[in-house]
Design a protein. Structure first.
Length: 293
């Protein structure tokens, strides 16, 4: 028997997609006893060779230990998988992607079944799990006591960041960061479309692009400061009126290159609206509140 494995907290893990499998492998490699369940049983079989115990049902997996981690397809899958499980006295940590309201409802559902609840939002891809200094981490929200008790175990796959007592907070911050990523990806896609047939090798352009994005990323700190102060027209390096004038060049260039501006046009339109409402001497932070009207 592996005495190191039995000395560490047990993890019951439900869901063995790419992320769930990465989580299981990392806990097993760190010496944790792990019981796994997956709707498609064949996905669990390779983990048996690494020391995992395979449960025939989700209820059986949940019964194997106090810490129950779900990493399933969606919120509905969590309810379906655990419908027959006895969760009294369990600590349910839900790493399934969902929205804030689903997390709050799942917390109430868990409490009604006698379990403590912690919601998680994974800010990592499967290859980042278990890799030190990969930059991956997990937002957690809900029971601070659950996180405190299991933090060492939960920190094995990725770092832990507590987002607050509201069970929906982890999902909210997860979605906010993913939304920012999607916006950046839209800009990257548009940029490569513009230069697709240009003379410079794309790998050389990629260096310029990533360096530029890295240089302007700290602007996020200024956005937070201006939103907190409510003042948007101080220390403005490039006001919106000037930017909107320059945006015409962005759109003309896209037309000349045969590139559809569909990825950037909505943001350019929002900038123009803000200027039309009398905010041309500001930068773009005031548009945050336009979106919340």
């Amino acid at each position: 028997m592996d005495t190191n494995r039995t000395s560490k907290p047990h993890v019951s893990l439900l869901g063995l997609g790419a992320m769930g499998t990465a989580l299981a492998k990392t806990w097993l490699a760190a010496g944790h006893p792990v019981t796994v369940w997956n709707r498609t049983a064949a996905r669990a079989e390779p983990l048996a060779a690494e020391g995992a115990r395979i449960a025939a049902t989700a209820a059986e997996a949940a019964a194997a230990g106090r810490l129950v981690v779900t990493c399933l397809l969606d919120d509905a899958s969590v309810g379906e998988a655990l419908a027959a499980a006895d969760l009294a006295g369990k600590d349910l940590v839900d790493l399934t992607t969902g929205d804030p309201e689903q997390a709050r409802a799942r917390e109430a559902w868990a409490h009604a079944r006698g379990a403590r609840f912690l919601s998680g939002g994974i800010m990592a891809t499967p290859p980042m799990i278990g890799v030190p200094d990969s930059g991956g981490y997990v937002f957690y929200s809900g029971s601070e006591e659950v996180l405190a008790e299991h933090r060492e175990t939960l920190a094995v796959p990725a770092g832990t960041t507590y987002a607050g007592t509201d069970a929906g907070a982890a999902a909210l911050y997860d979605v906010a960061l993913l939304s920012a990523m999607n916006g950046m990806s839209a800009g990257i896609t548009h940029a490569f479309a513009l230069v697709r047939e240009a003379e410079m090798p794309l790998k050389d352009f990629a260096v310029l692009l990533t360096d530029w994005l890295t240089a302007i990323a700290p602007a996020g700190h200024g956005t937070a400061e201006q939103l907190e102060s409510g003042v948007h027209d101080t220390n403005v390096a490039s006001n919106l009126a000037m930017q909107v004038t320059a945006n015409a060049t962005l759109l003309r260039t896209a037309g000349q290159q045969g590139v559809d501006p569909v990825l950037i046009a909505p943001y350019l339109d929002l900038m123009a609206r803000h200027v039309a409402e009398g905010h041309g001497d500001e930068d773009g932070t005031g548009m945050v509140d336009m979106l919340r009207r």
